[in-house]
Design a protein around this ligand. Sequence first.
Ligand SMILES: NC(=O)c1ccc[n+]([C@@H]2O[C@H](COP(=O)([O-])OP(=O)(O)OC[C@H]3O[C@@H](n4cnc5c(N)ncnc54)[C@H](OP(=O)(O)O)[C@@H]3O)[C@@H](O)[C@H]2O)c1
Length: 267
Amino acid sequence: MRLFGLIGYPLEHSFSPRYFAEKFFREGIAGAEYRLFPLERIEEFPDLLATEPALCGLNVTIPYKEQIQPYVHGLSPAAKAIGAVNTIRFERSSSGLWLEGHNTDWIGFAEHIAPQLPESAENALVLGTGGSAKAVHYAFSQLGLKSFSVSRRPGPDVDFTYGELSPAIVRDHTVIVNCTPLGMHPAVHGFPDLPYAALGPGHLLYDLVYNPDPTVFLIKGRQQGAATSSGLGMLYGQAEAAWRIWNGLSETEEEAGADPQEDDSQG
Ligand SMILES: NC(=O)c1ccc[n+]([C@@H]2O[C@H](COP(=O)([O-])OP(=O)(O)OC[C@H]3O[C@@H](n4cnc5c(N)ncnc54)[C@H](OP(=O)(O)O)[C@@H]3O)[C@@H](O)[C@H]2O)c1
């Protein structure tokens, strides 16, 4: 049996077990199981490795995406650049167990947004400065777009505060990505503070939040004629990229030569 799973805490509302159970059933993948491994403290990680010798791959979620790094033997270039690990590749050999930390959030995001980008897109605004924003900036650097950071407070890596976002700046940045929890269930009425009237049909608004779908952020964009997308495709994409990594395939769909995943999540 090949065992996969998720570490984090708490894990009650995780999407991954159902996603992988359905994937294994749909694709006829036999002898594989995906389980939740809630760890109250990251120091419990070595015990998990010792008690679960069938483990072949793990996902990592809040609050351990940064804290897991000292427990793995190597990091992919993307995980190193982003500073966060959400996938661990296991390699077992006669010399022991080798663990490699990867980040597939950026892959899920890049693969989902790339076909939706406006033709003339050059500049993107990334709202928020948490872990997901770092993955999104990395994705834009790989896609060849310049991305600018927007925060509630000025700081060394912050390009604009919300108060500095003039209509001209918004017109100049045709891709805007919400990497804050604003609008997420149950606080569904929240939305980022932008001059929405400056948006138009040349804009793409992408919301990492996918519950609800659409969020108020996306609805306000649509009212101005902007194209919109929720982050559901990113969520599926990061899980598929983890599966490819666990199975020794290339990280990205493009490198693996696979067909783009079909889904109906685009707004
Ligand atoms: N679709 C997917 O696959 C996917 C993947 C990862 C995350 N997500 C979603 O993306 C969202 C962000 O994730 P994260 O892990 O980066 O979250 P996070 O670290 O908790 O927060 C991200 C940033 O949002 C800003 N922020 C927080 N509360 C705010 C508020 N009340 N008003 C305005 N800004 C606020 C903060 O930036 P400043 O302090 O700089 O303003 C914070 O650093 C979450 O809703 C998460 O569920 C989705």
